[in-house]
Design a protein around this ligand. Sequence first.
Ligand code: KG4
Ligand code: ZN
Length: 352
Amino acid sequence: MALERVILGIETSCDETAAGVVRGRVVLSNVIASQHDLHAEYRGVVPEIASRAHAERVLGVVREALRGAGVGLGEVEGVAVGNRPGLIGSLLVGVSAAKGLAWGLGVPCVGVDHVHAHLFAGCMDEGGGGGGLPGFPALGLVVSGGHTSLYHMESAVRARRLGGTIDDAIGEAYDKLANMLGLGFPGGPEVDRLAQRGDENAIEFPVSRLSAGSLDFSFSGLKTAALYALRGVPNARADLRGVHVPPSAADLAASFQRAAVGAVVLKVRRAIAQHPGCRGLLVGGGVSANSRLRRELVLLAKEEGLELRLPGVGLCLDNAAMIAGLGHALLDARGWVGDDLGFPAVPTTGLV
Ligand code: KG4
Ligand code: ZN
């Protein structure tokens, strides 16, 4: 990397108001103000509540990130903001704040794709010199509440989509299972914890494969199978009615986790087979915090001789350090020329 500059990142695409400061790929601070308490009673994110909360919190979070990094506003050399994909009202808050700050400071501002930033998160140095860019070309996997996709990456700043979910994202399926079990929101971490105590072979859930060679994902069948396992099959034969014995929550969680993670690993294996020249595997998104997925990806990368970039748990979830890190790489690649300050907020990802 030619220059290591100080970049302020801002992220408000969904329900986390986040700001972070990096120098190059080194994380100096990573502040996340979660809105989970505001949305919990609705068991999902309410867009109107999210954007209002971002507007109230964003500047305070930026101040805290600067203080945590020991960096004065005048030392910021560029501003990066997640400008796609996400809830439009939420995105607009971060985008407007970033433009105002960059304009006032006279530094470049860059719009960053949130999904792309998840792929970059594992390349960050969280203290201790970890991360770093793997060899390219590489494969990328994003597993989150909104996305489950595979990418082919020519470099850290160029990613092409190979496949993605045709229905629910994996995190969404986890959250729906958590809802069925009466756990909190977002429920992925709780299902993961519960699964540690359960029997993964208690229920034979389907591992979705889709057609031969497909790199797409599907989680809606698994979600329905989990519902039926819990509540019984509707319209079952009369002699089966009333005899349904629901499994324990721990057994259900463990069996679900085996099938959900199994489906992801199966598609990563397919992608590796279809792209034999790849040297790295970049993984990110909230579900990359999952204990079983992490274990299986470490084994897979070792077996296949791939350089794995798996972020620490703080950088798996939505955060602004990853936005700042990718923003730095993009600005570096473009000779430190920022976007025109008229750049938009966009609800869909730019990675196609
Ligand atoms: O990346 P993220 O913070 O937000 C999106 O961009 O969607 O991901 C949030 C998702 C939620 O669905 C949450 O339940 C899931 O990540 N998640 C997990 C775990 N930690 C977070 N899912 C399974 N196991 C976990 N340990
Ligand atoms: Zn995300």
